[in-house]
Structure formats: C-alpha cells, structure tokens
Design a protein around this ligand. Structure first.
Ligand SMILES: [Zn+2]
Length: 488
C-alpha cells in the first residue's frame, strides 16, 4: 500500500512537472512585433550592380606591409566616387581625412538632434596568392553574372559603400531634406587596423564636438539558415564585439645534449601549461547579451528546443552543454582559448633553453585582458612558465537595444525584407565599430543584406560575390532608415 501510494505521489508530481514545463513552453513565443508593411523603394538594381562592378575594378588592397599599398588606386577610387555620385558631392559637404578616408555630412535643419553616423570601408584584403585560378571570374574584373556581382570587396565592404551612395542619391532625387544631420564615413584602412580611417574619423568628430546618437557599420547580417533551429531569417543587429588577447607562454629549463635529458624539458613544461588551459576554458555561460540573444531566437524554434529554453531553471546545464559543443555557440558564451604557435629547440638533439607557445584569446564583454591574464596564471601555477602579453584589446561596450536607433534599424530591415526575427547580437571579430563605440552613444554592427550559410566562406575568400537582390535590399534599407530616423 505504501509503495503504491508513494508511486502515485511520484506520478502526480511528474504530471504536475510536465504540465508546468508544457505551459511555460506554450507561453514562450515570440514577442508581438509591430507589423511592418513592406515598403518599396524604386531601386534600379542593375545600375547599382553596374556601379559596384566598377568599384571592384579599383585595386584598393590593404597589405600589412605599407610599401605594397598602391595609393594611386585609392585616389582613383575617390575620383570615381565624385564622378559616379555627383549629386551626393553637390549636396553633402565632404572632408577628406588622412587624404583617403571620406567623411560626408548632410546638415540637418534641427541642431537639437544628435547626428547619426553610417560607415563602410572600401579597402579590401589581398587575394590569396595561388588562388587566382580558382576564381570563376577574376577577382578585380568586376563581372556581373548569374544575378550576382563578382569580385574582391563585393561583400566586404564595397557593396555597402555603393549602396550607401545610391541611397543618398535617391534621397536627394526625392527632395529629401534631413532634420537630423547625417554623417557618412567611407574608410580606407579597416583591414589593417583603421588607424588613419575610423580612428581618425572619431578624433575629428571629437575635436569638432559632434557626438552621434548612434553609428552603423558592418559586423553582422540577416542570417538565412545560419542559426541552428531557426527557420526564419534572423536580423542579428549586433550591439557589441569581442576583444582579443595574445599571450606568449615562455617555459624555461636547462639546455644541453638530448642524450641525457632531465625529467622535464622546456617543451614538456610548456605542453603541460597549454593542456591546462585547454582543459580549463575561461568560465562563461548563458547570461547578459548571450541570454538575451538566445532568449529571442529560442522563441522561434521548434517545440523541443523551446521546452528547454522556456525552462532554463531546469535545463540550463543541458542547454549550455549543447551550445558549448558547437564552436559557434561556444564563442558566444565565453572568452575562447586558441593555442596557435609553438617553438622550441632549433635542433633535434639539443635541449631547448626555452619553449614558447602563443595563445590567442577572444575576449567576451564580461572579461578583460587583465582578468584573463590573472586566470591563466592561476591555472598554470608554474613559476617556470612566464606569461607575456604581446597584444590585446578589450571587448567593446554593449550598446543598448532599447533605443530609437535600434528600433529604426529593425523597422527598416523588415520593411525592406519582410518578416524577420530581430535580435541584438555579438560580433566575434573586430570591426571599425570598436572606435565609433568610444564616442557614439550606441554603436550597431549590421549590414542590411541576407547571408546564407554557404556564403560565409566568401568573406576574405575565393569567389567573393554579392547577390543583386541584396544590393537592392540594402539601398532600400538605407533609404528607409534615413527617411524615418532623420526625416521631418
Ligand atoms: Zn569588412
């Protein structure tokens, strides 16, 4: 009897638990979004494509070795901008910064409104030597074929440069006059650190006392089939970006001939330290921005996944474990650890006096370079291993997703592309926004184009290209965005 009663109580408890889980899941649905009817902007997509093809033909390549950069190409590109977009150059003022970066300003009529800053870069990365033959169309030929524009910079980031200039031209043609001042920065050294481009733009704005309400630059896309479990397109408007930290671990030991080695050589000491770091990743988890992002995304997933996310109080270890198992999920949860370079003795039979391992960390906004160095030392706990910082930059601030600027970005996306899941997100690499972030009230990282999973390798890759419907969408997006957030 008592066993039967106990079983009944257990069964009742399980039924109750199941009911709680299911009810919570059924309530865990997307927040109601204001319906954004699609708006059509009359974009001549073929002309935009033809202009982008022309832009690609300028070899505005950023090389790490400054002497290899062909600045004549940069100068010619800027001349081309003037010839191709004469109205923009008549109506907006233009300030060259360090000669090649161009800062345009469309003066608003209401000086009480803080300006907005839109930015894109026209330098591109080199083509991998030896990969030229793999390109279906030569990387600097600027070919329009199969509904796409082919060439280096098509996606990153000349497509945005051209779309911005096209939308400014459209607005001028419509007789638009901004109430809020519009700033547009076209920068020339994003791929090599932005010292003379975005950094100088911020210095100039600071000197002039011009503080933007928000900035918009590259850093994410409208993701199509990229987020596991979400079938809708996801506009990830990123509000922060990770930083980085590069450490050299230097292990020291006695040198000598390898025929009579000590129990541990410098290589062995270093290897142990590296294994400790690999086995003890920097702590992370689903909180802050990552929690907000997955909170939004999971509401659009199937019942099973929604069940988990709706009941995090019970399933958090399961969710975190599943995300950590995917490199892309793990990178959103924590500061990542990647040992990348190793060196030891110069000869097979010589014991190394020192062995050096390089470890590259990508800093989550919750960690600082300093806190990660402290964590690394605590894990290694070996006085024979010196920890040297060779390079670092902290993660950005986290901009607010609860602003008129963010809402305007979301609205213009939906008006241009139809219904989307909109979420704030985290950019894993470094962009020019890390500088804008220091000055604008909020910095957003988002290119208004749809990106499919198979298009991700095109960045800095072979056969870089952009779909023409994305160019039309981007022109529409910028036009609607500026109309609504800067118009009367
Ligand atoms: Zn870029």
């Amino acid at each position: 009897m008592t066993i039967r009663r106990a079983l009944l109580v257990l069964l009742a408890a399980l039924v109750l638990l199941a009911a709680v889980l299911v009810v919570r899941t059924l309530q865990f649905t997307p927040a109601p979004q204001p319906q954004q009817p699609r708006q059509t902007v009359a974009v001549d997509a073929q002309q935009v494509a033809a202009h982008l093809a022309e832009a690609i033909r300028f070899r505005t390549v950023s090389y790490g070795e400054a002497e290899r950069i062909d600045y004549d190409q940069f100068g010619a590109f800027i001349q081309w901008l003037g010839q191709t977009y004469p109205k923009v150059h008549q109506v907006l003022s233009r300030t060259p910064i360090n000669q090649y970066t161009q800062l345009y300003r469309w003066q608003g009529t209401d000086p009480s409104l803080a300006p907005v800053l839109l930015s894109a870069h026209f330098d591109v990365v080199p083509v991998d030597p030896g990969s030229e033959a793999l390109w279906q169309h030569p990387p600097f030929a600027g070919v329009v074929a199969d509904g796409q524009v082919w060439g280096r910079g098509a996606l990153d980031d000349k497509g945005s440069v051209v779309s911005l200039m096209e939308s400014l031209t459209l607005l001028i043609d419509q007789g638009f006059s901004p109430k809020r001042t519009i700033l547009v920065a076209l920068t020339h050294d994003e791929e090599i650190g932005s010292r003379h481009g975005a950094q100088a733009v911020v210095a100039k704005l600071k000197a002039d006392g011009i503080k933007p309400a928000w900035s918009l630059d590259e850093g994410s896309f409208i993701l199509d089939g990229v987020v596991p479990g979400v079938t809708q397109k996801v506009a990830s408007i990123n509000v922060a970006e990770k930083g980085f930290l590069t450490l050299e671990l230097v292990a020291r030991a006695q040198g000598g001939h390898s025929s009579m080695p000590p129990r541990e050589t410098a290589v062995g000491i270093l290897a142990k330290a590296l294994v400790k770091l690999q086995d003890h990743p920097v702590p992370g988890g689903l909180d802050g921005l990552s929690a907000e992002m997955y909170g939004t995304l999971a509401r659009n997933m199937g019942f099973g996944k929604r069940l988990l996310f709706a009941n995090r109080w019970l399933f958090d270890p399961l969710i975190t474990g599943a995300l950590e198992a995917m490199p892309s999920g793990n990178a959103l949860l924590r500061t990542t650890t990647a040992p990348t370079m190793l060196s030891g003795s110069v000869k097979a039979n010589v014991l190394p006096i020192e062995a050096v391992g390089t470890v590259n960390f990508r800093l989550h906004p919750r960690d600082s370079a300093e806190s990660v160095v402290a964590y690394v030392k605590e894990q290694i706990q070996d006085p024979r291993v010196e920890v040297k910082v060779t390079d670092s930059m902290d993660a950005s601030r986290v901009s607010s997703a609860d602003t008129d600027g963010f809402k305007a970005l979301a609205q213009a996306s939906q008006q241009s592309y139809g219904q989307l899941v909109v979420t704030p997100g985290l950019t894993l690499g470094a962009t020019d926004s890390r500088f804008y972030d220091n000055w604008a009230d909020n910095a957003y990282r988002f290119t208004p184009m749809v990106l499919r999973a198979d298009e991700i390798p095109l960045f800095h890759g072979t056969n870089e290209r952009v779909r023409i419907d994305n160019l039309a969408g981007a022109v529409s997006f910028y036009t609607l965005l500026l109309t609504h957030s800067c118009g009367g």
